[in-house]
Ligand binder design. Structure first.
Ligand SMILES: [Zn+2]
Ligand SMILES: [Zn+2]
Length: 336
């Protein structure tokens, strides 16, 4: 393991543990330093115990770099590997075992922390057959959302990543997609001809979450009924302990999801876990389709599907209604 690989793995584990504070920043900085320092200098500094003289390297990060250079498994990495395992119930494991992919995740193209190739490599290691690359649309400027021009550049890069993956002999695909903003009037934040080019479209509300129930219901219905939309992302927009769920008529929305074949996302982010239990129960009653998605913004967060699997098992979501238990081909047939 090289120092770079060791630091990347530590960062993966910190992300998986949802550690976003000081430690994550320190290891991110150390990674930048390692990437920009000649290997000879790193080795010499490790031998002379002067790694910490480099700006951005502290004692913990120096220890990881030193261990890696000495050919040892870094002690800190072994500890964080063990501590950051994502728990899952036996019932949830049945759902996790059935998943073949992940339909909602971000990359450095918008507000994610890892490039598409790194997200794909992690998904391959997790046993997935595909991921859908769903970066934000242009309206979400704080998340560096993609306009049509950048989306079309991203589609070219996805082709390249897929060619590289195939050349490595993996049976795995990055499908194209986007997490498209549902605008205030229910229109989608991307032109129809671009939506048509995408394999899978997630539509989510990210603005005016406190809108009154009636206009919010209409807004969501418009998106759910769109022939381009495949998945309704984190339907209530809640942030547990921070932001209450949006108000809308869930009967109308889930009835429409069932009718228009728009899957209700079971969002696995620990601060979202959306929909809340009573709404999930209602969506099951309406016979909706579901998608258990990580909404990962870093490689480690791709390991969050157990949160949604546990919730799905607890509420009794029918496994055959979960679209990411389908193979890539079946999923593409379903979205078409
Ligand atoms: Zn979102
Ligand atoms: Zn997202």
């Amino acid at each position: 393991m090289t120092p770079e690989q060791a630091l990347l793995r530590v960062i993966h584990c910190l992300d998986r543990a949802h550690e976003t504070g000081f430690k994550a920043k320190a290891f991110g900085r150390a990674l930048d330093v390692v990437r920009s320092t000649p290997p000879d200098e790193l080795a010499e500094r490790a031998a002379n115990n002067t790694l910490t003289d480099l700006e951005g390297i502290g004692s913990s990060t120096a220890a990881v770099i030193g261990d890696a250079l000495a050919g040892r498994e870094p002690t800190y990495l072994a500890k964080i590997e063990a501590e950051s395992q994502v728990p899952i119930t036996p019932e949830g494991q049945t759902y996790r075992d059935a998943l073949k992919g992940d339909c909602h995740l971000h990359s450095t193209w918008s507000d994610g922390g890892a490039p598409i190739a790194a997200m794909a490599a992690t998904a391959i290691a997790l046993g997935h057959e595909y991921i859908v690359q769903t970066d934000h649309s242009a309206r979400l400027t704080i998340a560096h959302g993609l306009n049509e021009q950048r989306l079309s550049e991203q589609l070219d890069q996805i082709d390249q990543v897929n060619a590289d993956i195939a050349a490595m002999g993996h049976d795995f695909r990055v499908l194209s997609g986007m997490e498209v903003d549902i605008l205030e009037d229910g229109a989608l934040d991307l032109a129809d001809e671009m939506l048509e080019r995408l394999d899978v479209v997630v539509a989510s509300v990210h603005s005016k979450l406190r809108m009154e129930s009636k206009p919010m219901t209409e807004r969501m219905l418009m998106a759910v009924a769109s022939p381009h939309v495949d998945i309704l992302g984190h339907c209530t927009g809640r942030m547990i302990g921070k932001r209450p769920p949006s108000e809308f008529d869930a009967d109308y929305v889930f009835a429409a999801c069932a009718q228009f074949h728009t899957a209700v996302e079971i969002n696995c982010r620990p601060e979202r876990l959306d929909p809340p239990r009573p709404l999930l129960d209602l969506a099951i009653e309406y016979g909706c389709w579901f998608s258990i998605d990580s909404d990962a913004h870093a490689t480690g967060q791709l390991e969050w599907q157990p949160h949604g699997c546990d919730r799905a098992a607890e509420r009794g979501v029918p496994i055959e209604r979960i679209i990411n238990t389908l193979s890539a081909e079946e999923l593409l047939a379903w979205t078409a």
